[in-house]
Design a protein. Structure first.
Length: 118
């Protein structure tokens, strides 16, 4: 049997966003990589997975030049890189039926969040 996976891209006003490949059919045990390119740079990259019939969940986060955060998930399952301000990729290793679904990338500019104590 095979798994169907989709790398989804959304258009934003004034930005050109591309995720490739648009869809994949893979066998269990294989890996897949979704690439994200954008014409304007953003430091932070978030990858989400949406399994059939479920809500999206965050699977990985990385800031350019930073260390990936897999949200407590197994680091052996996902690998995320941000090669430049404009480009990044998510790899899902050892594909299993539970990995089928849509993978989305979201980016944002760095924000300097500060806690305020009263």
């Amino acid at each position: 049997w095979s798994l169907w996976l989709q790398c989804c891209s959304q258009l934003q006003l004034n930005y050109s966003v591309h995720q490739t490949p648009p869809s994949l059919i893979k066998s269990p045990g294989q890996s897949m990589t979704c690439r994200h390119t954008k014409d304007k740079g953003h430091n932070q990259m978030y990858w989400f997975r949406q399994r059939p019939g479920e809500a999206m969940t965050l699977v990985a986060y990385i800031a350019f030049g930073g260390t990936p955060d897999y949200g407590g998930g197994p680091q052996t399952k996902f690998s995320v890189v941000k090669e430049s301000i404009e480009e990044g990729a998510l790899t899902v290793k050892d594909l299993q039926p539970d990995d089928a679904g849509r993978y989305f990338c979201a980016v944002s500019k760095h924000s300097d969040a500060r806690s305020q104590r009263g």
